[in-house]
Design a protein around this ligand. Structure first.
Ligand code: FAD
Length: 416
């Protein structure tokens, strides 16, 4: 099918890519992209990086400008979708309008996990997901000296780096015994801790936050209370403790939902007229099994597949998951998912250098790699993972064996 009306809910990475791809895949009917944020789809990763550090404006971050949507005849509608009526094939918007659809795509993304502790409602306690969140934080920066970040994951650490750039005194408070505990090996966590401490960030691990204390009478946060009773002074707080997929619309419409909206390899939900893509989706990854990703490249890939499916074409989600994080002068690039690794191989010394690669192996096979300022190792890892090539553990660790030559060696061994 390539005519009729396609409605896309959620105007961010997945929604923008899906709408554009629908048009380029031959959809010649209406395309309506519905989003509840006040801007055209914009790049979200800079929210904790350059947008927070105030080095770029929102116009520089738009995924595509107004002209693109006009030229492609993609109607961008600012509203919140309140309900999907599958029997009638309609969506009901917050402003009362309802729109019929022939094909529907859910690109509703994710939202920050909220802390339900005393003082969580105080002014100056922020979450960081949208441009509006960042604009509110930035408005607080000039009158502030001390910022506390709750959560030592990627977003927390990127935020710490950006706030240091702005000259603030920054403390990162992490409940686990190391930063990035959920996503990296201890060696990589130790590296990032070392770098942040060298940049002047106070990193507190094994430190659970149990409440926020207000400034008497002002309703503003003044300190963060830790489980051991210690109070960490704060002029503002940013909480970055993970996200939850926005699955409620799908769930209420009776679609299959687990950790995310369940889609098949073609991006189809349990209703064949409805696809889904991006952070809100759970799918079966060919390499890693059941997966829900929070990554721009994956949102884009899934959106392309969903758009093709909506146009009646056969493609499947097969791209390798990858991700990146920028902190100070460090570019971390991650290929694959390290869940279930049994061995770590380091290339370079993370205890002294500002560049190295950490390869994750399971039963001798590479399953993922964290590469810090090591683009060649990242490209190598992507190739090995995409083609399921074998690796030589000794050579991986040996800086005298160039990484490119290892790919060539593997190729000559595996091609008859
Ligand atoms: P989202 O970007 O979450 O967009 C969903 C959109 O749908 C939102 O605009 C939401 O408001 C809207 N919406 C939801 N429900 C409705 C409704 N009912 N009606 C209308 N609109 C609705 N990824 C990387 O790969 N690299 C990075 O360096 C990186 N850095 C990040 C830094 C930060 C601060 C954050 C928050 C994320 C970062 N990510 C990064 C993750 C990346 O931004 C997400 O994976 C990506 O945005 C997912 O895109 P999406 O379109 O699926 O969802």
């Amino acid at each position: 099918m390539t005519s009729g009306r396609a409605v896309v809910i959620g105007a961010s990475h997945a929604g923008a890519q899906l709408s554009a791809q629908l048009r380029s895949s031959g959809w010649d009917g209406d395309i309506v992209l519905i989003g509840d944020e006040p801007y055209l789809p914009y790049h979200r990763p800079p929210m904790s990086k350059t947008y927070l550090a105030d080095t770029v404006g929102i116009d520089d971050l738009l995924i595509r400008g107004t002209e693109f949507y006009e030229k492609q005849n993609i109607r961008v509608r600012r509203a919140r979708v309140e309900r999907i009526d599958r029997a009638e094939q309609r969506v009901v918007l917050s402003d009362g309008e309802s729109l019929s659809y022939d094909r529907l795509a859910l690109c509703t993304g994710a939202r920050p996990v909220r802390l339900g502790i005393p003082g969580a409602e105080l002014r100056g306690v922020y979450y960081l997901r949208t441009a509006e969140d960042v604009e509110a934080i930035r408005a607080d920066v000039p009158g502030s000296r001390r910022a506390v970040i709750v959560g030592g994951g990627y977003i927390g650490l990127e935020t710490a780096a950006s706030l240091r750039k702005l000259g603030l005194d920054v403390t990162v408070v992490e409940a686990a015994d190391r930063v990035l505990q959920r996503v990296t090996a201890p060696e990589v966590s130790d590296f990032f801790r070392r770098i942040h401490e060298a940049e002047g960030v106070h990193v507190r691990t094994d430190a659970a936050v149990v409440g926020f204390e207000g400034d008497d009478g002002t309703g503003r946060v003044a300190a963060v209370r830790l489980a051991d009773g210690e109070m960490v002074p704060a002029d503002f707080v940013i909480v970055g403790i993970g996200v939850r997929p926005n699955v409620e619309l799908a769930h209420e419409a009776g679609l299959a939902v687990e950790d995310g909206i369940v889609v098949d390899a073609q991006g189809r939900t349990s209703d064949p007229r409805i696809t889904a893509a991006g952070d809100c989706v759970t799918y079966h990854d060919v390499r890693y099994g059941k997966t829900r990703l929070e990554s721009v490249p994956s949102a884009g890939e899934q959106a392309k597949v969903a758009a093709a499916t909506m146009c009646g074409k056969e493609t499947t989600i097969s791209a390798l998951p990858w991700f990146w994080s920028d902190q100070y002068d460090l570019k971390l690039q991650i290929a694959g998912l390290n869940t279930g690794y049994d061995t770590v191989v380091l290339r370079g010394d993370p205890t002294t250098d500002r560049e190295f690669a950490c390869f994750y192996l399971r039963a001798g096979d590479l399953i993922a790699a964290d590469c810090v300022n090591r683009p060649q190792e990242f490209m190598f890892s992507k190739r090995v993972l995409a083609q399921s090539l074998p690796v030589d553990r000794g050579a991986l660790a040996d800086l005298d064996v160039p990484i490119a030559s290892q790919l060539a060696a593997v190729r000559s061994k595996t091609t008859p």
